[in-house]
Design a protein around this ligand. Structure first.
Ligand SMILES: CC(C)(COP(=O)(O)OP(=O)(O)OC[C@H]1O[C@@H](n2cnc3c(N)ncnc32)[C@H](O)[C@@H]1OP(=O)(O)O)[C@@H](O)C(=O)NCCC(=O)NCCS
Length: 202
């Protein structure tokens, strides 16, 4: 029976793999970039290193097949990222090794993360990422994972959370809409950003 539980350090590789297998606007990004570690090195690993207590996984009893990860204070996380993560990231993913424009853009994103944050941070200080393998999608785990993270954030006194979603990921967008996320004022069609209060009934 699949169940949601807190992240453990031994889940790290599974989380990385899920990040890759859902990393192309919700579909499999395996082999898309020169190095499959590029996506998790931006969208999973720093979160697990910084605030692992805000990571939750879905354990099928056999393996981990989904997760939600978040940070409660994006501005503090961004400062930490710049101080502690960027140099190692730059060494692991030299810009001049990028094989495609898309890869170059992604490495640039990893190199500059934290320089430009959403202007609504004061009202939506936390942010999150959620990914489930196809075998687990459409069974209510996404809603339950978000619910779990919102409850944890609310307990920490955080009033609202934001997230970015790829403009081409229409399926995730429908999911967020269904849960009651709304567009932030700074959201654009090319770079949608959404938010929700942590006490929202989802
Ligand atoms: C997007 C994702 C997190 C949603 O999780 P999920 O477990 O599949 O969604 P749930 O089963 O919890 O759905 C919750 C609600 O959203 C609705 N919903 C989910 N996907 C939907 C879709 N594509 N279109 C319309 N409604 C959708 C469900 O019908 C459900 O509504 P209901 O409870 O009223 O019946 C998951 O499918 C996923 O990880 N996809 C691949 C990776 C990804 O895109 N991540 C997000 C990156 S920003």
């Amino acid at each position: 029976m699949s169940a949601i539980r807190p992240y453990r350090p031994s889940d790290r590789e599974a989380v990385d793999e899920i990040c890759v297998r859902t990393g192309a606007s919700g579909t499999d990004a395996t082999g898309l970039y020169s190095d499959d570690s590029l996506l998790p090195d931006i969208f999973a690993e720093p979160y697990l290193a910084y605030q692992p207590e805000l990571a939750f996984v879905v354990d099928t009893g056999d393996h981990v097949a989904g997760y939600v990860i978040g940070v409660s204070d994006t501005a503090a996380f961004a400062d930490w990222y710049k101080r502690e993560w960027r140099a190692g990231f730059a060494e692991r993913h030299p810009l001049d090794t990028a094989a495609t424009d898309a890869e170059r853009e992604l490495i640039r994103y990893g190199l500059s993360y934290g320089d430009r944050l959403v202007p609504e941070l004061g009202d939506y200080p936390a942010h999150l990422h959620i990914d489930l393998l196809p075998e687990l999608q459409g069974q209510g785990f996404g809603r339950r994972l978000i619910r779990r993270l919102l409850a944890e954030l609310e307990e920490r006194g955080v009033s609202a959370v934001h997230l970015g979603v790829s403009a081409t990921n229409t399926s995730a967008r429908a999911f967020y809409n269904r849960l009651g996320f709304h567009e932030l004022p700074s959201s654009t069609p090319e770079g949608p950003s959404l938010g929700i209060a942590t006490d929202a009934l989802i």
